[in-house]
Design a protein around this ligand. Sequence first.
Ligand code: NAD
Length: 349
Amino acid sequence: MKTIVTGGAGFIGSALVRKLIKSLEYEVMVLDSLTYASQMDSLEEVSESELFSFSETDICDSNSLIEIYETFQPDFVFNLAAETHVDRSIDSPELFLKTNIIGTFSLLEVSLKYWRHLDATSKDKFRFLHISTDEVFGDLKENEPPFKETNNYDPSSPYSASKASSDHLVRAWHRTYNLPVLLSNCSNNYGPFQFTEKLIPLMIVSALRGLKLPIYGNGKQIRDWLFVDDHADALIKIIHEGLVGESYNIGASCEKTNLEVVEEICNVLDETQDTKPNGIKSFKELISFVDDRPGHDQRYAIDSSKINKELGWHAVESFQSGLRKTVDWYCEAIEKLPYQGERIGKSRE
Ligand code: NAD
């Protein structure tokens, strides 16, 4: 299968590309504009493969997209290119609207023109999978059931509003033009190669450097955590077996408060690090609380029973084992990681 992965130099995109090439032997073209969040190192494992190609392309650039589609002739397109950091979206929303909304629109337009000119067999085979987030559903109260695919959209931040908007466009291109699209809405991911501004890597990297571990508000905000490789498996399942026009929620039913997550990271580090920085006895001594994020959602939780039942996908990694793999990876990579000290005054998710 010839597969385009937009945002393939990012955290989840690169995990997907590694799987598509190493496990499925698909021919993959990564389209990525290489923003601050990209890490070409994450593709090192596959970059020498003859199945791999890369184009430094912005998904808003329709002319380049047209050329790439014409020469590469994709069967599948996974759209993961996005601006993804909620705090950055609060500071400067414009880029989020541009990439997440206009970029998705450009991809849909180019995909539609391309798809319409395919022969009948290729037309049947073609799929466009748009990767989205549980944040489009907004905020859950403590006693409310987890988000189902049928929940109303109610986004809170410029990031989630831009993702919600792109989801609506994708559905409209199916309803109006029959483009064979699928959508997925996933909970918080963690794992190797996540950019060091997001909660889990920020905490690991800060702890290893003996810096404070700043937690927003009281740390009781709840997120539902999924190991990145499980997410990549779910996306592969959806593009092959999902029903066109449908959306699938992806999660591991692993709800934890931010404080619990940081404490678990500290436990792993306490166990594995013989030498601790700045004379501390436990990494928990570094935990500190900072002013809450404006409009901060209190709880996200995903009901993934649809993908469990209809496609037979289940998360396989437990939080304990996934976190251990993640911490080990950051400990190993610490020297090569970009320093986020200037953004460290506040906790990031
Ligand atoms: P990321 O920030 O790590 O990577 C995004 C990638 O997209 C980067 O490589 C970046 O260079 C690229 N990119 C950004 N703007 C671009 C543009 N205009 N043109 C081409 N490439 C561009 O993001 P991620 O965490 O891997 O998330 C991938 C997708 O999954 C996003 O759509 C995000 O909304 C969604 N998602 C993420 C999570 C999570 O926990 N990380 C959870 C649910 C859904």
